[in-house]
Write a protein that binds this ligand. Structure first.
Ligand code: NAI
Ligand code: MG
Length: 331
């Protein structure tokens, strides 16, 4: 039986997670859903953004769906972003972020790429301190072990989708130690796995330009934590923006699906939140973690069919409900 830990979080997380669960229950009627808390309001209530009980429930279920959380933009003593805590505490070491063209929402056809982002270290290692008055320092941690795990996952995903190109994105000309270690480790492993023919590399700034100029030229993009965060928001423009951007935080035997967007305080409560990013995140969980390829494909095909038949997305008061029902009807 499939068990799922649902962590709605804050803001529209509480609107899109129930929507995605409705779709999942239609696909997998026997799924057992267990809810858990995390986020800013949880911090205000309990003094912790991710209580131990949430981590325990996630470990127990082995699979989760996370909505979004709000974070203050300045430092609040004792508070750390809930999603970063979940990724690190549960060792969800890779983030998969697919970007593809959809009917209606995409500004351009023919795009089908995926960003594999290292999810546990890099500039998000949490090592930030004051070095002197007026001088703040963040440490960018890159380890060979994390690069190897990322490259190993890349080889798996490349095999599953018969990748035509794998692009390592870095900035080794300026950061020869950290980015050099990333590039060389990934390159060695992927060459060893037989992917040498389709392997290439780009400096991150050039990659950003090319993602705007010719996104259809990319297939798999493999990169470090911060670069992957930025490039995946940029690239999701081609799917139709944040409302169409799914992701999967993927560890060993444990995974947490997560729409890329945040808590969207500007639209919370209006009914206008697009649930497709959360719904498509569930498809990633089905495909890569639960190994339910048929169900994942069926779900994505339903989204495709729904968009084709509707012919438009009207962001009015009933958006979340209408889209959710439309996908369920198309299943
Ligand atoms: P955001 O992703 O919440 O919103 C950016 C813009 O996109 C807003 O105009 C919003 O209305 C729109 N948008 C986002 N998701 C949408 C959806 N599903 N349907 C329709 N429109 C959607 O990012 P923002 O505004 O920078 O941050 C708001 C809060 O979210 C902050 O507290 C931030 O820290 C947090 N955040 C949390 C993330 C997470 O939980 N993984 C990721 C990004 C931000
Ligand atoms: Mg982001």
């Amino acid at each position: 039986m499939h068990r799922l830990c649902a962590i709605p979080g804050d803001g529209i997380g509480r609107e899109v997670v129930p929507a995605a669960l409705d779709v999942l229950k239609k696909l997998l009627p026997n799924v057992k859903v267990e809810e858990a808390e995390a986020g800013w309001e949880c911090f205000e209530r309990h003094g912790e953004a991710v209580p131990e009980s949430t981590l325990a429930r996630m470990r127990d279920c082995g699979a989760g769906l996370f909505g979004a959380v709000s974070s203050p933009s300045g430092k609040v003593p004792g508070y750390r972003s809930a999603i970063l805590t979940l990724r690190q505490a549960l060792d969800l070491h890779v983030s998969l972020r697919p970007v593809r063209s959809w009917p209606v929402t995409s500004p351009k056809a023919g795009i089908d790429l995926m960003i594999l982002r290292e999810n546990s270290e890099g500039l998000y290692s949490g090592r930030e301190h004051w070095e002197a008055e007026g001088v703040a320092v963040a440490e960018r941690v890159i380890s060979k072990a994390a690069c190897q795990r990322l490259a190993q996952r890349t080889a798996e995903v490349a095999k599953a989708r018969q990748a035509r190109r794998i692009t390592l994105v870095h900035k080794a000309n300026i950061l020869p130690l950290t980015c050099g270690l990333f590039r060389d480790t990934c390159r060695d492993l992927l060459m060893g796995e037989g992917w040498g023919d389709v392997l290439d590399e780009r400096l991150v700034d050039v990659a950003a330009l090319q993602l705007v100029e010719r996104p259809e030229a990319f297939d798999l993009i493999v990169t470090t934590n911060l670069f992957g965060d930025i490039l995946s928001d940029l690239a999701c423009h081609w799917s139709g923006g944040l409302g169409m951007a799914p992701s999967l935080n993927w560890g060993d035997g444990i995974a947490l699906a997560e729409p890329v967007h945040g808590s969207a305080p500007d639209i919370v409560g209006s009914g206008r939140a697009n649930p497709l990013a959360a719904i498509l995140s569930v498809a990633l969980l089905l495909r890569y973690h639960w190994r339910e390829e048929t169900l994942a494909t069926r779900l994505e095909a339903a989204v495709q069919r729904y968009l084709e038949t509707t012919g438009h997305l009207d962001f009015g008061v009933d958006t979340t409900r209408t889209i959710t029902q439309g996908v369920i009807d198309a299943l």
